[in-house]
Design a protein around this ligand. Structure first.
Ligand SMILES: [Zn+2]
Length: 278
Protein backbone atom coordinates (compact mmCIF):
# COMPACT_ATOMS: atom_id res chain seq x y z
CA UNK A 1 0.00 0.00 0.00
CA UNK A 2 1.25 3.43 -0.87
CA UNK A 3 1.19 6.36 1.47
CA UNK A 4 1.19 9.70 -0.22
CA UNK A 5 2.25 12.93 1.43
CA UNK A 6 1.76 16.35 0.01
CA UNK A 7 4.14 19.17 0.84
CA UNK A 8 3.63 22.73 -0.19
CA UNK A 9 6.50 25.13 -0.78
CA UNK A 10 5.35 28.51 -2.11
CA UNK A 11 3.76 27.84 -5.48
CA UNK A 12 5.41 24.48 -5.90
CA UNK A 13 3.78 21.32 -4.77
CA UNK A 14 5.36 17.91 -4.92
CA UNK A 15 4.73 14.36 -3.89
CA UNK A 16 6.80 11.57 -2.54
CA UNK A 17 6.06 7.95 -1.98
CA UNK A 18 6.85 5.32 0.55
CA UNK A 19 6.29 1.84 -0.68
CA UNK A 20 7.52 -1.50 0.65
CA UNK A 21 8.76 -2.47 -2.81
CA UNK A 22 10.06 0.84 -4.07
CA UNK A 23 8.91 1.51 -7.59
CA UNK A 24 10.03 5.07 -7.27
CA UNK A 25 12.89 6.71 -5.35
CA UNK A 26 12.18 8.25 -1.96
CA UNK A 27 12.17 12.04 -1.81
CA UNK A 28 15.18 13.12 0.27
CA UNK A 29 15.85 16.86 -0.14
CA UNK A 30 19.33 16.76 1.46
CA UNK A 31 22.93 16.74 0.17
CA UNK A 32 23.43 13.27 -1.34
CA UNK A 33 19.68 12.72 -1.65
CA UNK A 34 17.23 12.54 -4.53
CA UNK A 35 14.58 15.22 -4.99
CA UNK A 36 11.36 13.91 -6.54
CA UNK A 37 9.22 16.76 -7.78
CA UNK A 38 5.99 16.81 -9.77
CA UNK A 39 6.26 18.84 -12.96
CA UNK A 40 2.98 18.40 -14.83
CA UNK A 41 0.04 16.08 -15.35
CA UNK A 42 0.59 12.97 -17.44
CA UNK A 43 -1.55 14.29 -20.32
CA UNK A 44 1.12 16.87 -21.22
CA UNK A 45 4.00 15.91 -23.52
CA UNK A 46 7.09 14.67 -21.64
CA UNK A 47 8.79 17.76 -20.18
CA UNK A 48 12.54 18.30 -20.41
CA UNK A 49 13.91 19.34 -17.04
CA UNK A 50 17.15 20.94 -15.86
CA UNK A 51 18.82 21.50 -12.49
CA UNK A 52 21.92 23.74 -12.38
CA UNK A 53 21.83 23.61 -16.21
CA UNK A 54 22.17 19.80 -16.19
CA UNK A 55 19.48 17.67 -17.78
CA UNK A 56 17.64 15.60 -15.17
CA UNK A 57 15.65 12.36 -15.35
CA UNK A 58 11.91 12.71 -15.96
CA UNK A 59 9.57 9.84 -15.19
CA UNK A 60 5.85 9.26 -15.62
CA UNK A 61 4.20 7.78 -12.56
CA UNK A 62 0.44 7.30 -12.15
CA UNK A 63 -1.04 10.57 -13.35
CA UNK A 64 1.93 12.93 -13.52
CA UNK A 65 5.45 13.61 -14.81
CA UNK A 66 8.12 13.81 -12.12
CA UNK A 67 11.70 15.06 -12.17
CA UNK A 68 14.21 12.96 -10.21
CA UNK A 69 17.12 15.19 -9.27
CA UNK A 70 20.45 14.14 -7.77
CA UNK A 71 21.68 16.56 -5.08
CA UNK A 72 25.45 16.56 -4.63
CA UNK A 73 27.05 16.06 -1.22
CA UNK A 74 28.58 19.54 -1.29
CA UNK A 75 25.22 21.32 -1.80
CA UNK A 76 24.55 24.06 0.78
CA UNK A 77 21.13 24.05 2.45
CA UNK A 78 18.75 26.52 0.80
CA UNK A 79 16.21 27.03 -1.96
CA UNK A 80 16.91 25.62 -5.44
CA UNK A 81 15.03 25.43 -8.71
CA UNK A 82 14.18 22.88 -11.35
CA UNK A 83 13.49 24.42 -14.77
CA UNK A 84 11.45 22.62 -17.37
CA UNK A 85 9.88 23.09 -20.75
CA UNK A 86 7.60 21.41 -23.24
CA UNK A 87 7.77 21.58 -27.02
CA UNK A 88 6.66 25.25 -27.06
CA UNK A 89 9.98 26.30 -25.40
CA UNK A 90 8.24 28.35 -22.71
CA UNK A 91 10.22 27.99 -19.46
CA UNK A 92 8.60 26.90 -16.20
CA UNK A 93 10.12 26.32 -12.81
CA UNK A 94 9.43 24.85 -9.40
CA UNK A 95 11.49 25.56 -6.34
CA UNK A 96 12.42 23.19 -3.53
CA UNK A 97 14.33 23.46 -0.28
CA UNK A 98 17.46 21.43 0.51
CA UNK A 99 17.85 20.76 4.21
CA UNK A 100 21.05 20.15 6.11
CA UNK A 101 22.43 16.66 6.65
CA UNK A 102 25.59 15.79 8.54
CA UNK A 103 27.41 12.61 7.60
CA UNK A 104 29.58 10.70 10.05
CA UNK A 105 33.30 10.10 9.66
CA UNK A 106 34.78 6.68 8.90
CA UNK A 107 38.40 5.68 9.56
CA UNK A 108 39.85 2.86 7.46
CA UNK A 109 43.22 1.20 7.33
CA UNK A 110 44.36 0.10 3.88
CA UNK A 111 47.34 -2.26 3.80
CA UNK A 112 48.44 -1.33 0.27
CA UNK A 113 49.83 2.16 1.02
CA UNK A 114 50.05 3.05 -2.70
CA UNK A 115 46.24 3.00 -2.83
CA UNK A 116 46.26 5.89 -0.35
CA UNK A 117 49.44 7.68 -1.48
CA UNK A 118 49.90 6.83 -5.17
CA UNK A 119 53.33 7.09 -6.82
CA UNK A 120 53.99 9.47 -9.74
CA UNK A 121 53.51 6.51 -12.09
CA UNK A 122 50.19 5.64 -10.44
CA UNK A 123 49.09 9.28 -10.81
CA UNK A 124 49.51 9.07 -14.60
CA UNK A 125 47.14 6.11 -14.63
CA UNK A 126 44.69 7.83 -12.24
CA UNK A 127 44.53 10.96 -14.43
CA UNK A 128 43.76 8.83 -17.53
CA UNK A 129 41.10 6.91 -15.64
CA UNK A 130 39.44 10.15 -14.50
CA UNK A 131 38.73 10.96 -18.16
CA UNK A 132 37.14 7.55 -18.76
CA UNK A 133 35.04 7.92 -15.60
CA UNK A 134 33.96 11.43 -16.61
CA UNK A 135 32.88 10.26 -20.07
CA UNK A 136 30.92 7.37 -18.51
CA UNK A 137 29.19 9.75 -16.08
CA UNK A 138 28.17 12.06 -18.94
CA UNK A 139 26.19 9.34 -20.69
CA UNK A 140 22.62 10.30 -21.57
CA UNK A 141 20.06 8.16 -23.35
CA UNK A 142 16.38 8.97 -23.67
CA UNK A 143 14.85 5.65 -22.73
CA UNK A 144 12.40 5.40 -19.84
CA UNK A 145 13.95 4.69 -16.45
CA UNK A 146 12.59 1.57 -14.79
CA UNK A 147 13.26 2.59 -11.21
CA UNK A 148 11.91 -0.52 -9.48
CA UNK A 149 15.48 -1.52 -8.68
CA UNK A 150 16.59 -4.73 -7.02
CA UNK A 151 19.56 -5.17 -4.68
CA UNK A 152 22.65 -6.32 -6.62
CA UNK A 153 23.92 -8.61 -3.85
CA UNK A 154 22.45 -9.89 -0.58
CA UNK A 155 24.78 -9.10 2.27
CA UNK A 156 25.64 -6.93 5.21
CA UNK A 157 25.96 -3.20 4.53
CA UNK A 158 29.59 -2.58 5.49
CA UNK A 159 29.65 1.14 4.68
CA UNK A 160 26.86 3.60 3.96
CA UNK A 161 26.81 6.47 1.48
CA UNK A 162 28.26 9.88 2.33
CA UNK A 163 30.65 8.98 5.17
CA UNK A 164 33.54 11.44 5.47
CA UNK A 165 36.50 9.19 4.91
CA UNK A 166 39.96 8.91 6.35
CA UNK A 167 42.30 6.30 4.89
CA UNK A 168 45.36 5.57 7.07
CA UNK A 169 44.49 8.79 8.99
CA UNK A 170 44.40 10.92 5.84
CA UNK A 171 41.24 12.73 4.69
CA UNK A 172 39.90 11.60 1.31
CA UNK A 173 36.69 12.21 -0.66
CA UNK A 174 33.44 11.12 1.03
CA UNK A 175 32.05 7.68 0.29
CA UNK A 176 30.19 7.90 -3.02
CA UNK A 177 28.18 4.69 -2.73
CA UNK A 178 26.98 1.80 -0.65
CA UNK A 179 29.23 -1.12 0.31
CA UNK A 180 27.77 -4.60 0.63
CA UNK A 181 30.10 -7.20 2.13
CA UNK A 182 30.02 -10.63 0.48
CA UNK A 183 32.56 -13.39 -0.21
CA UNK A 184 34.73 -13.18 -3.32
CA UNK A 185 32.94 -14.75 -6.29
CA UNK A 186 29.40 -13.89 -5.11
CA UNK A 187 27.33 -13.11 -8.25
CA UNK A 188 26.47 -9.42 -8.78
CA UNK A 189 23.11 -8.66 -10.42
CA UNK A 190 22.15 -5.63 -12.52
CA UNK A 191 19.76 -3.48 -10.46
CA UNK A 192 17.65 -2.70 -13.56
CA UNK A 193 17.54 -3.14 -17.34
CA UNK A 194 20.51 -1.34 -18.87
CA UNK A 195 23.11 -0.89 -21.54
CA UNK A 196 26.72 -1.43 -20.45
CA UNK A 197 28.61 1.87 -20.78
CA UNK A 198 32.10 0.91 -19.66
CA UNK A 199 34.06 -1.84 -17.96
CA UNK A 200 37.70 -1.94 -16.91
CA UNK A 201 40.33 -2.20 -14.22
CA UNK A 202 40.73 1.09 -12.36
CA UNK A 203 43.38 2.09 -9.80
CA UNK A 204 41.01 2.90 -6.92
CA UNK A 205 37.81 1.16 -8.03
CA UNK A 206 39.37 -2.11 -9.21
CA UNK A 207 37.34 -4.01 -11.80
CA UNK A 208 34.33 -1.84 -12.46
CA UNK A 209 31.15 -1.75 -14.57
CA UNK A 210 29.04 1.29 -15.50
CA UNK A 211 25.41 0.67 -16.52
CA UNK A 212 23.11 3.16 -18.27
CA UNK A 213 19.47 2.91 -17.16
CA UNK A 214 18.32 5.89 -19.22
CA UNK A 215 17.92 9.65 -18.59
CA UNK A 216 21.27 10.03 -16.84
CA UNK A 217 20.51 7.32 -14.25
CA UNK A 218 23.72 5.30 -14.07
CA UNK A 219 24.79 2.53 -11.70
CA UNK A 220 28.39 1.61 -11.01
CA UNK A 221 29.75 -1.63 -9.52
CA UNK A 222 33.32 -1.56 -8.19
CA UNK A 223 36.03 -3.80 -6.67
CA UNK A 224 34.78 -6.80 -8.69
CA UNK A 225 36.74 -10.04 -8.90
CA UNK A 226 35.44 -10.64 -12.42
CA UNK A 227 33.27 -8.77 -14.93
CA UNK A 228 30.96 -10.76 -17.23
CA UNK A 229 29.75 -8.01 -19.59
CA UNK A 230 31.12 -5.85 -22.40
CA UNK A 231 30.50 -2.19 -23.32
CA UNK A 232 27.44 -1.80 -25.56
CA UNK A 233 25.79 -5.00 -24.31
CA UNK A 234 22.09 -4.82 -23.40
CA UNK A 235 21.19 -6.52 -20.15
CA UNK A 236 18.06 -7.25 -18.13
CA UNK A 237 17.38 -6.60 -14.48
CA UNK A 238 18.82 -9.46 -12.43
CA UNK A 239 21.36 -10.57 -15.06
CA UNK A 240 24.68 -11.59 -13.50
CA UNK A 241 27.17 -8.92 -14.60
CA UNK A 242 30.17 -9.84 -12.43
CA UNK A 243 31.44 -11.28 -9.17
CA UNK A 244 32.25 -9.64 -5.83
CA UNK A 245 35.96 -9.14 -5.24
CA UNK A 246 38.54 -7.02 -3.45
CA UNK A 247 40.29 -5.22 -6.31
CA UNK A 248 41.36 -1.56 -6.01
CA UNK A 249 41.39 0.38 -2.73
CA UNK A 250 39.68 -1.99 -0.29
CA UNK A 251 39.89 -3.44 3.18
CA UNK A 252 38.14 -6.71 2.24
CA UNK A 253 35.81 -8.30 -0.35
CA UNK A 254 32.65 -6.27 -0.98
CA UNK A 255 30.58 -4.70 -3.71
CA UNK A 256 30.66 -0.93 -3.96
CA UNK A 257 27.46 0.30 -5.65
CA UNK A 258 27.17 3.91 -6.76
CA UNK A 259 24.12 5.54 -8.30
CA UNK A 260 24.50 8.63 -10.44
CA UNK A 261 21.78 11.05 -11.48
CA UNK A 262 22.51 14.20 -13.48
CA UNK A 263 26.24 13.29 -13.11
CA UNK A 264 25.87 13.33 -9.31
CA UNK A 265 26.36 10.42 -6.89
CA UNK A 266 23.33 9.99 -4.62
CA UNK A 267 22.52 7.58 -1.81
CA UNK A 268 21.52 4.32 -3.59
CA UNK A 269 19.61 3.23 -0.50
CA UNK A 270 16.81 5.71 -1.31
CA UNK A 271 16.21 3.76 -4.53
CA UNK A 272 16.62 0.16 -3.37
CA UNK A 273 14.00 -2.05 -1.74
CA UNK A 274 14.40 -2.48 2.01
CA UNK A 275 16.68 -5.29 3.20
CA UNK A 276 14.65 -8.34 4.20
CA UNK A 277 14.80 -9.23 7.90
CA UNK A 278 17.41 -11.96 8.43
ZN1 LIG B 1 32.41 1.84 -1.34
Amino acid sequence: MMIKFILLFAAASFYFFINTAIAFPEHHPVPGGTVVIELSSADTPQPRAFYKKQKVAVHKYDDAWYAMIGISLNTKPGRYEVNYQFDDKKQYHHSFVIKNKTYKAQYLTVKNKRKVNPTAEDMKRIVKERQIKKAAKNTWSDQTVHSDFIRPVDGRISSIFGLRRFFNQQARRPHSGLDIAAPQGTPVKAIADARVIETGDFFFSGNMIYLDHGQGVISLYAHLYKTHVKPGQLIKQGDIIGEVGETGRVTGPHLHLSLLLNRTAVDPDHWLPAVKAQ
